[in-house]
Design a protein around this ligand. Structure first.
Ligand code: PLP
Length: 381
């Protein structure tokens, strides 16, 4: 089955009691048992829920994994993965990463005795210096947020496997439509389904997919024991969103290509970051490991003034100024003061996250309208 069919059919069957083609929302906390322990596989909805089960199966297929485990948010999913570790363990992470992930690593888990090294993985060799017998996890975001750096997943996994280090990839930006980390050797894939998978900016949800039954067992245990599970309404919305994932991603990518081309030639912009650009540092790696280059792009302005970025954001009309990404509508954001404000200024500077950097989540509106909007906003600066 091809991806465009899987999004609609994988793990999804008509409801056996009614024939309903859409997966019902099982809005129930508990399930009646005939005798103690005699039930249809469902006891209590923190542990298992039929709507959730369908999403977990669907997602496992889309990522070419075996087990899907869903959570109340992307952060709850990331939290569950870090709980696989114990005090004394070390993690090597991409230096340019989602602000919330940086925050949970440094503000929550560092205090539990887990050590994090933040490394620019644009060159895979750079990680080897950080290897020790304590290294248990490599954390990859690619494309990275917000600099759109590309990490060569396959090369990193090859280095990790000899040292029995797990590799987790946050695949939120690319989605399984464009990139499948498990096929490239990763052990764990994690998503903020809040973004492209849901696709309509109407829910918060997280997903993890793995191949290995032992890791899956631990994650299901954490899911139930810690209890950060999603509700069936949100699960239903993600299932519905995923059905159009491929067609949406096609449009996100083609709109991004047009907009990036426009921005690259605009007199007010300085640098444009998108893995599809031929001058992107790891364009070649992106062209191999991704099917297309995604709907996220960033740019800086000439002179790098914070006020210019603010002016621009005040004047956009079709783009909305908001956190988040991956919805059908175009958004713009200012990482230095919004999504990445929890990262200290010197850390931001190290990864090149400048004051005038603007991040775009390019939606699926008509590209001409989007370009016109960006042009008029840039010309107000
Ligand atoms: C949004 C996001 C998260 C966190 O997900 P939530 O659903 O907001 O908890 C993690 N990683 C990336 C790359 C994200 O964009």
């Amino acid at each position: 089955m091809k991806f465009g069919t899987k999004v609609i059919h994988a793990g999804i069957r008509p409801d056996p009691s009614t024939g309903a083609i859409m997966t019902p929302i099982y809005q129930t906390s508990t399930y009646v048992q005939k005798a103690p322990g005699e039930h249809l596989g469902f006891e209590y909805s923190r542990t298992q829920n039929p709507t959730r089960k369908v999403l977990e199966e669907n997602m496992a297929v889309l990522e070419n994994g075996k087990y899907g485990i869903s959570f109340a948010s992307g952060m709850a999913a990331i939290d569950a993965i870090v709980r696989l570790l114990k005090p004394g363990d070390e993690v090597i992470s991409t230096s340019d990463l989602y602000g919330g992930t940086y925050r949970i690593f440094t503000k929550i888990y560092a205090a539990y005795g887990i050590k994090f090294h933040f490394v620019d993985m644009s060159d895979p060799v750079s990680i080897v210096d950080y290897f020790s017998h304590r290294t248990k996890l490599i954390w990859i975001e690619t494309p990275t947020n917000p600099m759109m750096n590309i990490v060569d997943i396959k090369s990193i996994c090859k280095k990790a496997v000899d040292h029995q280090i797990l590799v987790a990839v946050d695949n939120t930006f690319a989605t399984p439509c464009l990139q499948r980390p498990l096929d490239l050797g990763a052990d764990i894939v994690v998503h903020s389904a809040t973004k492209y998978l849901g696709g309509h900016s109407d829910l918060i949800l997280g997903l993890v997919v793995v191949k290995d039954p032992h890791i899956a067992e631990k994650l299901y245990f954490i899911q139930n024991a810690c209890g950060a599970v999603p509700g069936p309404q949100d699960v239903f919305l993600v299932l519905r969103g995923i059905k159009t994932l491929e067609v949406r991603m096609e449009r996100h990518c083609s709109n991004a290509g047009k907009i990036v081309n426009f921005l690259s030639h605009h007199e007010k912009t300085d640098r444009v970051f998108w893995p599809g650009l031929a001058d992107h540092r790891n364009h070649e790696v992106a062209a191999i490991q991704m099917k297309d280059f995604g709907g996220m792009a960033s740019f800086t302005m000439k002179g790098d003034r914070m006020e210019d970025a603010v002016q621009f954001m005040k004047h956009v009309k079709v783009f909305a100024l908001a956190e988040s990404l991956g919805g059908v509508e175009s958004l713009c954001g200012h990482p230095a003061t919004m999504t990445h404000a929890s990262i200290p200024a010197d850390e931001r500077a190290k990864v090149g996250l400048k004051d005038s950097l603007i991040r775009l989540s390019i939606g699926i509106e008509d590209a001409e309208d989007l370009i016109e909007d960006l042009d008029q906003a840039l010309n107000q600066v």
